[in-house]
Design a protein around this ligand. Structure first.
Ligand code: ATR
Length: 272
């Protein structure tokens, strides 16, 4: 990569940020398309977020992704937010220009990657585990597609709040829905550091789809889904598709997912 006076700058804003895989694939895609641009991580503390966004704009940075814990706050700081970001209540993509624009591409990333293994969602019974930030984009996407959604969360009040925003049913225990669910989505952080069964995983059926937002982890849910003959996907493709949708919003180019996934697989093999 050659940096010149014309190099455009993009990045990802989060806290912490060093674990982010976005620079790995976004830079590869810029390179592949021959665009003179670089994508870098920006570690920004919550108390500095407003100043950081003003600074990014003043420096002429073209766009950034936004990740934990800033997605909700950025929605309040942009001059314009698209309908999806407003409905989800979070921004993961900022485009700087005359005005600072906020978008949400997480729900697009989720749907695109999910539809590769489950193309039709209308009327499907779905159990969503977790009611944190990422659950919001998942619930929004599933409702858009006309799925019948059941939500479970460890903290019941959070599930109730989200059920009101997205018009989904809350269940007391996952086992109430697991046997007849077509799809189970795990949006919780269980499996990231600590791992245990969120429900009796031996109830998972052959042919059921199990989608987990975590990636690069050998989770108990993955192990059981595979053992029971379910169709399993982790969140790596969701990460790529949300990032490439951001890329499209910034540049107008439609990059190849293959190139991005290749960059990630090389990187993950190196760092495993
Ligand atoms: P994200 O933005 O990745 O969704 P988050 O907003 O911190 O992260 O949400 C984390 C989710 O994982 C929540 O649904 C949380 O449940 P609580 O609302 O009860 O905290 C869930 N979670 C985290 N640790 C958990 C655990 N040990 N058991 C069950 N759920 C857990």
């Amino acid at each position: 990569m050659k940096i010149s006076g014309k190099t455009a700058l993009y990045g990802v804003v989060g806290y912490p940020i060093s674990h982010s895989l976005s620079p790995v694939f976004q830079n590869r895609v810029f390179e592949h398309l021959g665009l003179n641009a670089v994508y870098v991580p920006f570690e920004v503390k919550p108390e500095d977020l407003k100043t950081a966004l003003e600074g990014l704009k003043a420096l002429g940075i073209k766009g950034v992704n936004v990740t934990i814990p800033h997605k909700e706050k950025v929605l309040e700081l942009v001059d314009y937010a698209d309908e999806h970001a407003k409905n989800i209540g979070a921004v993961n993509t900022v485009k700087f220009g005359e005005r600072t624009e906020g978008y949400n591409t997480d729900w697009v990333g989720f749907l695109k990657s999910l539809k590769e293994i489950l193309p039709e969602l209308k009327g499907k019974k779905v159990l969503v585990l977790g009611a944190g930030g990422s659950a919001r984009a998942v619930l929004y996407a599933l409702k858009q597609e006309g799925a019948q959604v059941f939500l479970w969360n460890r903290t019941k009040e959070k599930a109730k709040l989200l059920s009101q925003s997205f018009g989904v049913d809350v269940v007391e225990s996952p086992e109430e829905v697991v046997p007849e669910a077509d799809l189970i989505v795990n949006t919780t952080s269980v499996g990231l550091t600590e791992d245990y069964m969120l429900f009796d995983y031996s109830l998972i059926r052959e042919g059921q789809v199990v989608f987990e937002l975590l990636y690069n982890r050998q989770t108990l849910l993955k192990e059981w889904a595979e053992k029971r003959g379910a169709i399993y996907s982790d969140g790596l493709k969701m990460l790529v598709y949300q990032g490439l949708e951001s890329f499209r919003l910034w540049t107008g180019c439609e990059p190849s997912p293959k190139v991005a996934l290749q960059a990630l697989s090389e990187h993950l093999k190196l760092t495993l």
